[in-house]
Write a protein that binds this ligand. Sequence first.
Ligand code: FAD
Length: 396
Amino acid sequence: MASRIVIVGTGQGGFQLAASLREAGHEGPITMVGDEPGLPYQRPPLSKAFLKGTVTAEGLLLRPAALYERLRLEVLSPVRVEAIDRAAHCARLSNGQTLPYDHLVLATGARVRWPDVPGASLKGLFGLRTLADAQALRERIGQAQRIAVVGAGFIGLELAAVARALGREIDVIEAAERPLQRALSTRMAQYLIDWHVSQGARLHFGARLAGFEGGHGDDGQVQAVQLVHGERIAADLVVIAIGVTPNDQLARDAGLATDNGIAVDEQLLTADPAISALGDCANFPWRGERVRIESVQAAVDQARHIATRLRSCTGAAGAPYDKLPWFWSEQGACRLQIAGLARPDDEARIDGDPDSDRFSVQRWRDGQLVAVESLNDPSAHMRARKALTEATLALA
Ligand code: FAD
């Protein structure tokens, strides 16, 4: 009998795995269990087109409902997997059901990291991870007088661009000295700073969060963000964008190893040969280090890798997972694409005119190209992906 595959999480990676398994000819039952309502949808537009109002919730769906029927993909939602019984090979669900599996895949994603400071439960504070978050934010953003975003990462900066496009006042508050300090070169970060400032956003760097000030006690409406040095930034809507925490508790409770995500090997398998993990929740080996990557590319490529492994007739593991990471971010007129993984101390070499709105920054380590950041230059990005993939293959 064809094996039964259960996928925890109906996000980008969970959907891709189910679809890729069918594509590869898996005949057995495939059940996806997701704690968000509805069918799998794309998250990237939540901080871009959806917030701006140019895409509807329906337009976010990864595939229409008919596809799930046609491919015989069972979607249980909103249903949460509460526990995994590894000995009995079954998952306990929030609807009281017990779901048996031959192979279980954890595609549980991540959740917004919330700051532990006074006033963190005031009204008017929002996270941005789910469609429900984005809907709540979209309802409020039009009426907000002053918006503050805590965190100048990709989501924080995308939100700043949308807020200015909607004519809202915005302050971006960042503890580090520049945005995306770990992911981006100083030159590209400076370009983004200048662009956001030119649009009227106020960016505050080296600004450490002390708390939030509101009216009428701890659950009143937020009125200001307080910084450690005593500064106060007025805001009636605050978005928390200081990063995410991987959803790895389910794995930990089942006795699986976690360390900034669910620990998997080069085949994306946990120490239990019947359980794999992928996407934002998975911590995996890549080129000699362990990484956890939050991107559509990682979720999709890892799902395809697991589908191929599970379909392998021989049961042999095959080649290790070794796909090149790549990522994109849209901030108003700036389309940034990054291929590869850089570290803050990697050398930066500029390719093109950094005073124009189209150039790249190459990142080098020990004489080796490790990443390329491209601004408004999709063909440079595609060339970089090709070159970096070939370099990866040469090292394998
Ligand atoms: P997710 O898509 O998060 O799916 C995980 C699902 O599992 C969630 O629905 C979660 O609720 C559910 N779940 C968790 N625990 C359980 C449980 N116990 N039982 C049942 N269900 C459970 N990436 C890019 O490459 N480019 C971008 O421009 C970009 N923009 C983004 C903008 C925003 C606002 C956000 C939030 C993300 C963005 N990303 C972007 C990141 C990208 O969307 C994620 O990396 C990707 O969605 C990860 O897919 P995943 O399947 O690992 O997790």
